[in-house]
Design a binder for this molecule. Structure first.
Ligand code: F3S
Length: 436
């Protein structure tokens, strides 16, 4: 990282000189220092609303609570009402059982304190979701708008699918820039930083699992910007391309560190600029069906007993769209009907925001009731925070999320296999080679 000269406007300089108080001065100093380290030479005004994230289960959480309380006590607020990543607990819908409930309550005893501080600083009430950009919550930046978000999946979606502009920020910097209403101008905020240095040439016979192809791309390009070709005809035919692109981007961001991808004829910048987005000297990565199968078969089994019975099935990380919630509920109910069963054998948990759940109950009350009666749970929790809570190692969890797989011991399965596990409570006979 290099240090640069940094230019401030007279208004910014006044804040830096402490004319609006010592706390805001420290905020400005932090943001400028961060900008200098990242090679920025100026700040840019932020436009659409902030989205923040915190690592709930880690010790690193506490210094942030202290800092945020200081900001709130000084009477500071974010430049626009903000949304935040999901909370750690939802015992009504994802009950870990009595013993673990006590561990969970202890591990996340700061939950109410943080909620109070966030509301003082300007949080939208109950807007706890990593998919706050969906219409049910509505923190949806417009094309070209500058933002300064955390949460790698939301950043990836905002940059790639909405065409907004944010870097991959860390905890704390998100709040500092939200208080200031300004962020350092560098990286993915600039035209140059949004050029693709990889061409991803997809030669596939069928639409791949979004979190498998996303992982393949992320592992190859790591933090670079990929330009994906060969997917547009399949993706543009989908009923819910938003859910698909959200999941694909999430896997690029978590199995690699991708903050932005372009997809030819699909994502907005690729529609506007086409292959002009490819930087000179770009590299090429060809993905075919065999490459994806190789990757799927390579995932290690981290369960102590690979043949153990699954205890729960987690669907969605990040939070599902309304269409995904309807699809998964319908798919599991159809499986039950075809099998002549009334209830699931291994409980599935579908992760969504409260707003999406409420809309589901409003739009599809019969489906919602049937899902509930069959034993399908719908929860606002974050599955990864749940699985990372100390003492949860004995849970044998199956997931459709390659992000959850990468951040925990959960096993990743394709949709049909996952439904089979929900119906039978057993692992499928033919496990992926790496999982056998
Ligand atoms: Fe969202 Fe938690 Fe996954 S914040 S992206 S559900 S790790």
């Amino acid at each position: 990282m290099k240090e640069t000269d940094f230019e401030l406007t007279p208004e910014e300089q006044a804040i830096m000189d402490g004319e609006q108080g010592e706390v805001l001065q420290r905020v400005m100093n932090t943001v400028v220092t961060y900008g200098k380290l990242m090679g920025a030479t100026r700040l840019i005004d932020l436009q659409a609303a902030p989205h923040l994230a915190l690592s709930w289960s880690t010790d690193g959480f506490y210094p942030f609570i202290k800092i945020f309380k200081e900001l709130a006590d000084a009477g500071l607020k974010t430049y626009a009402p903000f949304t935040s990543n999901p909370k750690a607990m939802d015992h009504d819908n994802l009950d870990p059982g009595e013993a673990k409930r006590a561990i969970m309550n202890e591990a996340h005893s700061h939950d109410a304190l943080l909620t109070g501080i966030y509301e003082k600083l300007g949080m939208v009430k109950n807007a706890w979701s990593c998919a706050s950009f969906l219409p049910e919550i509505g923190n949806t930046p417009k094309y070209g708008e500058y933002i300064s978000w955390t949460e790698s999946s939301a950043i990836n979606f905002a940059n790639s699918v909405l065409g907004a502009r944010t870097n991959r920020n860390s905890m704390g910097i998100d709040m500092m820039t939200a208080i200031l209403g300004k962020a350092p101008y560098f990286g993915l905020m600039t035209d140059e930083g949004r050029q693709a240095t990889w061409l991803i040439d997809c030669r596939l016979n069928k639409l791949p699992h979004p979190q498998l192809i996303g992982a393949a791309i992320g592992l190859k390009v790591v933090e670079d910007v990929p330009y994906v070709i060969g997917m547009d005809e399949m993706v543009n035919k989908l009923d819910d391309p938003i859910g698909y692109l959200k999941d694909l981007g999430t896997a690029t961001a978590s199995n690699g560190a991708v903050g932005l991808f372009h997809m030819e004829n699909v994502t907005p910048e690729a529609k506007n600029h086409g292959r002009d987005l490819l930087a000179e000297g770009y590299q090429t990565y060809v993905i075919d069906d065999a490459e994806l199968e190789r990757l799927y078969n390579s995932y290690p089994v981290l369960w102590p007993d690979p043949d153990a019975r699954p205890t729960r099935v987690f669907i969605g990380c990040p939070h599902n769209t309304l269409a995904q919630l309807k699809w998964w509920s319908g798919r599991i109910l159809k499986g039950l009907k075809d099998a002549g069963q009334d209830r699931v054998a291994c409980t599935p948990y579908i992760f969504v925001s409260d707003a999406v759940k409420a809309q589901f109950q409003l739009e599809s009350p019969q489906l919602a009731d049937e899902a509930c009666d069959a034993g399908i749970h719908i929860t606002r929790n974050c599955p990864v925070v749940y699985m990372q809570t100390p003492g949860y190692d004995d849970e044998m969890i199956i997931t459709n999320s390659n992000k959850s797989r990468a951040y925990s011991k959960a096993r990743f399965y394709m949709d049909d296999d996952l439904v089979e596990i929900v119906l039978t409570g057993e692992l499928p006979d033919k496990a992926p080679a790496g999982q056998s």
